[in-house]
Design a protein around this ligand. Structure first.
Ligand SMILES: Cc1cc2nc3c(=O)[nH]c(=O)nc-3n(C[C@H](O)[C@H](O)[C@H](O)COP(=O)(O)OP(=O)(O)OC[C@H]3O[C@@H](n4cnc5c(N)ncnc54)[C@H](O)[C@@H]3O)c2cc1C
Length: 426
């Protein structure tokens, strides 16, 4: 069994996404020799925006259809938003009835992971000089449904005890924090506000800093190498088979292996008979140029009922709103985005922030993300004693990567993680 007593153990990290890179950094900090394998030329390419996620032609087509239909559909919007949230609730209920829902409460584990990870991001910032990144004036999660806000209020002290930093504020205070939401006066039930949430900052800058820290600490990156298979022998991984940049097969051995290949991890896990139940989410990312900056939000917003995340960003073409919405990808949506959803997003923005953004010139990207079926990142041990998992961090992936990376480094080293979480244990 790998343990803290093997300080110069060679650990092979499979995948240089954010999870692989943060795992590598903390493994190196614990004294191991660390090699990270990735098929891309640049580590953390996805988080640094160097991998194309747009479905460009399909997205352009959707926007054209959307513009033509939106005017005619306005009166159905309210109904549509209700339909989408009803469908989500029904999906959760169905999961519960057919027994898919986990028995523990995933949200509590996620709150703890988030709190632990935020602490690590801050200490990296202070100790290792990771730059703070472009700062927003906080994150405001607002509720237009009084029942939902009351339910959040009822959980407030419990979540606070778990490390949640959000402060619950009245509708009036929410409008004071973000005057751009004036159109919601009378409709707003309240909000949760956090002033310094690292999640509102730029993941690309964070990823670049982590790669820099890794290299400075001595982590080796074997880029343009594709993992073909993990070879099992006598209850352990004996070696990994790779293809190098020239397509030549090669073999790499280590004493321990961390599987952090993102969604590609599933294929390898399945071959090794390790359960990795995923479901897919499609993220719609709409970028809308600002029309009137004085009506645009200063803080990052989370629209709890419309299920939107709204952030003001700077682009070379000027300031924009970046709006994203995530839905369960049904089978057809795994291949094709749904134009109704684009309509709903643009309508919702027009009603939340009237006059702020030029929705006629919106652009659309979509991305498919894999999350575990119970919504919890898969961090921990497998049935093979020297193979460990760090997969599926979820929507707050880049922040949670820090907590996940430090924890898996401790688990690989035979140390206890520093907080309570549903770590995988075969
Ligand atoms: C709703 C939602 C929104 C999100 N938004 C963002 C966002 O805006 N920005 C962001 O960074 N993350 C976002 N995420 C999180 C993101 O999906 C990832 O979870 C996160 O970036 C960490 O990823 P990872 O390291 O697990 O996987 P990945 O980033 O996918 O990294 C896996 C790495 O493995 C490599 N790899 C895969 N297969 C092989 C192979 N066979 N051989 C060699 N290398 C291989 C890939 O090249 C890649 O570098 C979002 C997630 C959700 C659910």
């Amino acid at each position: 069994m790998p343990s803290q007593k093997d300080p110069d153990m060679r650990v092979v990290v499979l995948g240089a996404g954010l999870l692989g890179v943060t795992s590598a950094y903390y493994l190196q900090q614990l004294g191991h020799e660390v090699i990270v394998i990735d098929r891309h030329a640049t580590p953390a390419a996805k988080a640094r925006g160097r991998v194309e996620t747009a479905v460009t032609a399909a997205a352009a087509q959707l926007l054209r259809q959307s513009a033509a239909r939106r005017a005619a559909r306005a009166k159905w919007l309210g109904l549509y938003v209700s339909y989408v949230s009803l469908r989500r609730r029904f999906a959760k209920l169905l999961d519960r009835v057919i027994g898919e829902a986990p028995k523990s409460k995933p949200i509590e584990h996620l709150v703890r992971l988030g709190a632990y990870s935020r602490g690590i991001v801050r200490s990296l910032r202070d100790e290792a000089g990771v730059p703070p990144g472009q700062r927003n004036a906080g994150l405001l999660s607002f509720y237009t449904d009084a029942d939902a806000f009351n339910a959040r209020l009822a959980r407030a002290s419990h979540w606070h005890a778990l490390g949640c930093e959000e402060r619950l504020v009245s509708a009036e205070e929410a409008l004071h924090i973000e005057p751009a939401l004036q159109a919601l006066r009378g409709e707003l039930a309240g909000a949760a506000y956090s002033l310094d949430d690292p999640a509102t900052r730029d993941p690309a800058q964070f990823a670049a800093s982590m790669v820099f820290l890794c290299r400075a600490a001595g982590v080796r990156f074997l880029t343009q190498h594709t993992v073909i298979s993990l070879k099992e022998r006598a209850g352990r991984i004996e070696h990994v088979e790779l293809l190098d940049a020239n397509g030549q097969p090669t073999v790499l051995r280590g004493q321990a292996y961390v599987l952090a290949l993102g969604i590609s991890s599933a294929m390898h896990a399945e071959r090794l008979k390790i359960a990795m139940p995923f479901r897919f989410l499609r993220e719609y990312i709409v970028t809308i140029p600002l029309k009137d900056a004085s009506r645009a939000p200063r803080v990052a917003l989370r629209d709890r009922q419309g299920k939107l995340r709204i952030r003001r960003i700077e682009t070379t073409g000027g300031d924009c709103l970046r709006v994203s919405s995530t839905v369960r990808a049904s089978l057809d949506e795994e291949n094709e985005p749904d134009s109704d959803r684009v309509d709903a997003i643009l309508h919702r923005i027009e009603s939340l922030l009237p006059g702020a953004a030029d929705t006629a010139h919106a652009s659309l990207q979509t991305a498919v993300h894999a999350v575990s079926r119970d919504g919890l990142p898969m961090i921990g041990k497998t049935r093979l004693f020297n193979l460990f998992l760090n997969v599926a961090p979820g929507a707050r992936g880049w922040i949670n990567a820090c907590g996940a990376g430090k924890s898996i480094a401790r688990i690989v080293s035979g140390l206890r993680p520093e907080f309570e979480f549903a770590f995988r244990n075969p």
